[in-house]
Structure formats: structure tokens, C-alpha cells
Design a protein around this ligand. Structure first.
Ligand code: 5AD
Ligand code: SF4
Length: 469
């Protein structure tokens, strides 16, 4: 019997990937993705714990869903309500206690068990289910081989978890210890995604460049070697990877940036701070000069590389001169884009315990504004340097305005072009005519015949993704 499934996804791309896989896991049970909670037979909130007040946002969403669930119950219909992701992992017991109308709570490492959880809660007197353990078997061994695909740009998890324990971060607690998938299963999944229409794959991991998966010959491969293997898949035009730690940029991966044409010239490499004092207190395991040297090496391999980063301002005990070190680093490196956040304590992390040294909110606000101003200026200057250039754009969605389609340059900029829908899912040369802080606009450089890739149907718009940053 056909039933409908709505998944609301917060946070990072790995959550978006997990949501797609949850839909794959539930497909054999007859669940079909839908794009609204209204009328859905099952609703999953796939949550993110990185941002401040993450749990409150989940509880307020749950409040709305509670009403929906009881209205449907009045009509004699059963809605299964589930909370997944990192908030579920970190605060599962609290969700079970505060929201008794939630049927299932499960963490990022247990969603392959969803069919059994659904079966349990739908049995007479089946009760509720909470699964927030880290099972010894990897979910990747039990996920279905079939995937509905994700459209022309797809995500693929290759590595999960983190052993770095930066003192501000919840990831090592919510996603667990570092784990790399075997290369053969990654290549097989990439082939299936390409068969389902993907032309770009972004390899995902909390520490993706720490990848050290089992190779076909029983040895271990790093990310550079895996990328070279994936680049052999015909029709896979673009490869990206995120998120990386500076200490794990090894020579082989840097060499891949010089030698693999499919590997796009864009790298998100979080530094968090430019101050060595703060970096040490964050337990980042690198200082600001290490970061400068790593960037120099990557730029030597790929001179046109566009760099992105994450920054935290107002980390406990961050002095004005520390913040100035951050501004100086940004000034020296020159970023194509970057995310910056005010530090906020995460329960259970070491930095949250540095109670006496917390920075006043007003200071954080001012530092964030100053840093974002500098980053925005760099981003705008970078984008403006593209005016008049012609770049290949992979079109993957419609623009906000009628008659517009949207895609990305190799350097990750969004580009809007007036062109017919048949340009979607193709790569075409675009001459850039306008530049803003967050996007470019342009015109097709050739005729429509220049669009080189065949059309692929877009995946049903089942996932509402709210990007945390
Ligand atoms: N406070 C502020 N920003 C944080 N991030 C992670 N934890 C915190 C926190 N407690 C930021 C980091 C990370 C990005 C994903 O989120 O910059 O790289
Ligand atoms: Fe968190 Fe990244 Fe540090 Fe790991 S390396 S603890 S995921 S910030």
C-alpha cells in the first residue's frame, strides 16, 4: 500500500544525504516522498545540533506537528512522527520525555533499522522506540543498494564521525568515532547515483580528508586515491569533497587537485581562528602558520583554487589582539566565501565549561559584524573578477524568477541565467555579466547546442533543506 513520507532536514549536507537514504530505506515499505507534512503518513525531522537553540527549534516544530497528528487522529488516520539526526542523538531521552506524541527517536548511526522501528511502533501495543546507540555494525552494510538518486548534483557519504575533539564541537559526541567506508562500496554507490542522473558528486564526511577506507586490494586508500578512482566513472563531470581539517591535507590529495580535471577548484577548509592562543584552546592541532603553509601548497598545485572557511568569534577568552590575528589571516589568505559564527556553548563540550572566560554577547556581535564585513568585501571582489569571463556552469535548478535557471561554476558560485528549462541538468559555457556578494548572473555563451549533457528527470522534491549556516 502506498503511504507518504515527509522529511524535514536541517543542517549540513550530510543530513541531506542521510534524509535521502532514509527515504531509500523506507521505500520498500511503500513510503513515497512528499513535499509537505500535511497529509503525510510519516514525518521525520532530521535535526542538526550545531547551531544555538537547535533543540528549541525542534521542540517548536514538534508542537506544530502534534496538532497535525491529533487532527489526523480525529479523522481516524495514524501519523508516525520521528525525530532523527544529531539533536535526537544528543537529547533523545529529553525528547521522549517532553514529547510523548513522538513515536520514534533515532540517531545518525541507526537509520538502517528504520523498517524494524516502524514495524514495532505500528504493531498493536507496540509502544515507542528510541535508538541512539552506536551499533557495532555499520549502517552502510545494511542500506539498500537501490537509490532513488538525488538529481544532477548528489551527495555521497564516505566518512563519518570525528576523533579530533575540538573543544567547541558536539560532532565527536553526536556522530561518534571516525569511520571510513570501503572504497568498493563508495564506487558502486557513485555508479548508481550517476546512472540515476548525477553529473556532480560531493563526497561527504565530518573529516572527509581523514578518509582511510579499505581498498579493493585490502590495503587502505586516502581521499586522493579514492577521488582518482571515482574520476574514472564516465559521465561523472564534477567531484567535490567537504568538510576538511587542515591537518589531513596530505600530499596525495593536494596532487589530485593538480591532476584530476573532474576535481573542482574549490576547497572548504575551516580554520576557525587566526590566533595561535585561541587555536590551542580550541584543540585544533594546528597554528595559523600551519594553515598558511597548507594553503600555499594547495595553491601551488591549483593556482585558481577558490577557498572557503569557517570562523568562530568570541571563543572563551578571545582577546582583541586574538581577533585582530583572525582579521589579518583573512586579509592575507583571501577567501572566495566563508562562514562565520558567534561562539555559543554546547552542553557537554569542554569549552562550555570555561565559564569565567565567556565573552560578552555585545563583543561577539561586534566582532562578527567586523569579520563578516571583511569576508563580504572579499567575496564581492572575487565575484566581480569574473565579469567578462566565460565559465562552465552545471545547471541544477530553476531560478526564483520566471524563465531563469540556476547552476554553479567550478568555483562554487551560484549563477543565474535566462534560459529554457531544457538547460537544466546540463553543463554550458556562460559569460558572466553581473556579480553580487552571493551570486553571479550571465548569458549562455554558445547556442543551446553547447549544452553538453543529456537531460535527467529531477528527483521528487521531498526534502526541505534549511542550511544551518
Ligand atoms: N559555536 C559556534 N560555532 C560553532 N561551530 C561548531 N560548533 C560551534 C559552536 N559551539 C561552527 C564551526 C564549524 C561549523 C560547522 O560550525 O565553525 O566549522
Ligand atoms: Fe568538530 Fe570538525 Fe573539530 Fe571534528 S574537526 S571536532 S567535526 S570542528
Amino acid at each position: 500500500m502506498s503511504k507518504t513520507l515527509f522529511i524535514k532536514t536541517w543542517g549540513c549536507q550530510m543530513n541531506a544525504y542521510d534524509s535521502a537514504r532514509m527515504a531509500d530505506v523506507l521505500a520498500p515499505l511503500g513510503y513515497r516522498p512528499t513535499d509537505s507534512a500535511d497529509g503525510a503518513d510519516m514525518v521525520i525531522l532530521n535535526t542538526c545540533h550545531i547551531r544555538e537553540k537547535a533543540a528549541e527549534k525542534v521542540f517548536s516544530e514538534l508542537g506544530r506537528l502534534r496538532e497535525l497528528k491529533s487532527e489526523r487522529a480525529d479523522q481516524g488516520q495514524r501519523v508516525i512522527l520521528a525525530v532523527a539526526g544529531c539533536v535526537a542523538q544528543a537529547e533523545g531521552a529529553e525528547i521522549m520525555a517532553r514529547a510523548p506524541y513522538v513515536d520514534i527517536v533515532f540517531g545518525p548511526q541507526t537509520y538502517h533499522q528504520l523498517p524494524e522501528m516502524v514495524d514495532r511502533v505500528t504493531r498493536p501495543h507496540g509502544g515507542r522506540v528510541i535508538r541512539t546507540d552506536f551499533p557495532p555494525d555499520s549502517k552502510f552494510d545494511s542500506l539498500p543498494a537501490d537509490t532513488a538518486g538525488q538529481g544532477v548534483t548528489a551527495f555521497l557519504s564516505v566518512q563519518e564521525g570525528c576523533d579530533k575533539f575540538c573543544t567547541f564541537c558536539v560532532v565527536p559526541y553526536t556522530r561518534g568515532a571516525e569511520f571510513s567506508r570501503p572504497a568498493t562500496s563508495i564506487v558502486a554507490e557513485a555508479q548508481r547515483l550517476v546512472a540515476a542522473g548525477a553529473r556532480e558528486i560531493t563526497l561527504l564526511g565530518q573529516n572527509v580528508n581523514a578518509y582511510h577506507g579499505e581498498a579493493p586490494d585490502g590495503t587502505s586508500w586516502g581521499l586522493g586515491r579514492l577521488i582518482r578512482m571515482l574520476a574514472d566513472i564516465p559521465e561523472l563531470a564534477r567531484l567535490r569533497y567537504t568538510t576538511s581539517h587542515p591537518c589531513d591535507m596530505d600530499d596525495d590529495l593536494i596532487a589530485a587537485h593538480a591532476t584530476v580535471p573532474q576535481l573542482m577548484p574549490f576547497l572548504h577548509l575551516p580554520v576557525q581562528s587566526g590566533s595561535n592562543r585561541v587555536l590551542a584552546a580550541m584543540n585544533r592541532k594546528h597554528d595559523s602558520d600551519d594553515y598558511r603553509r597548507i594553503v600555499e601548497r594547495i595553491r601551488a598545485a591549483r593556482p585558481d583554487l577558490a577557498l572557503s572557511s569557517d570562523f568562530i568569534v568570541g571563543f572563551p577568552d578571545e582577546q582583541e589582539r586574538d581577533f585582530e590575528d583572525t582579521l589579518r589571516l583573512v586579509d592575507e589568505i583571501g577567501f572566495a566565501q566563508a562562514y562565520s559564527f558567534k561562539y555559543s556553548p554546547r552542553p557537554g563540550t569542554p569549552a562550555a565549561g570555561m565559564i569565567r572566560n565567556q565573552i560578552p554577547e555585545q563583543v561577539k556581535i561586534e566582532r562578527l559584524a567586523a569579520l563578516q564585513d571583511l569576508i563580504n568585501r572579499q567575496q564581492l571582489a572575487y565575484n566581480r573578477s569574473f565579469i567578462g569571463r566565460t565559465v562552465p556552469v552545471l545547471f541544477d535548478r530553476r531560478g526564483k524568477r520566471q524563465g531563469q535557471i540556476m547552476g554553479r561554476t567550478p568555483f562554487m558560485q551560484s549563477v543565474y541565467v535566462h534560459a529554457p528549462d531544457r538547460g537544466l541538468a546540463t553543463i554550458a559555457e556562460v559569460t558572466i555579466t553581473g556579480a553580487h556578494a552571493n551570486s553571479l548572473s550571465g548569458t549562455l555563451a554558445g547556442t543551446a547546442a553547447a549544452m553538453t549533457l543529456p537531460l535527467v528527470p529531477a528527483r521528487a522534491a521531498a526534502m526541505a533543506v534549511e542550511v544551518a549556516s
